[in-house]
Design a protein around this ligand. Structure first.
Ligand code: CMP
Length: 145
């Protein structure tokens, strides 16, 4: 399987409940390595830009309000099949429907406060990683290979 990069966000509920380390630990256990990472309090403009694809959806306003309610951790994860692997680790968007053992089943409280975001395709991963990180902010493991 190909090495991919995907965007992960630990949302304000994950940060405020103190599970940043546990979440990153789960990624690392499954071979997803952070290659860029930053804690950031999103402005309304940044949140609306990131979620622009959802701007006509009824939940857009609440989603952006939640995502700007406190700091988030944005990171790029690298690994084999990283996009799908991250989605599998997160579980369903609605934590009530998330499979046991997934991040959302274990930590999320509601569909808005659902603890993590992950890119849903390789194409979107390229757009989303570039939204938050310049290429010079992305680490490379090439030197180890
Ligand atoms: P996320 O993966 O960050 O992508 C969009 C977010 O919108 C999603 O997680 C949820 O937190 C939020 N959301 C709220 N209501 C819905 C809904 N009905 N369907 C999809 N996403 C929703």
């Amino acid at each position: 399987m190909a090495i991919e990069r995907t965007l992960s966000i630990i949302k304000p509920d994950g940060v405020s409940s103190g599970v940043i380390g546990k979440i990153i630990g789960r990624f690392e256990e499954k071979g997803l390595k952070p290659v860029a990472i930053r804690m950031q309090h999103l402005s309304r403009h940044e949140a609306e830009g990131f979620y622009a694809v959802h701007k006509e959806r009824p939940f857009f306003k609440d989603l952006c309000a939640f995502m700007t309610s406190g700091p988030v951790v944005v990171m790029i994860l690298e690994g084999e099949g990283a996009v799908q692997k991250n989605r599998d680790l997160m579980g369903a968007t609605d934590p009530k429907k998330a499979a046991p053992g997934t991040l959302r089943a274990d930590f999320a409280k509601s569909i808005d406060a659902n603890t993590v975001h992950g890119s849903d395709s390789l194409e979107n991963a390229k757009v989303e990683t570039a939204y938050f990180f310049r290429s010079t902010e992305q680490f490379s493991y090439e030197w180890k290979r």
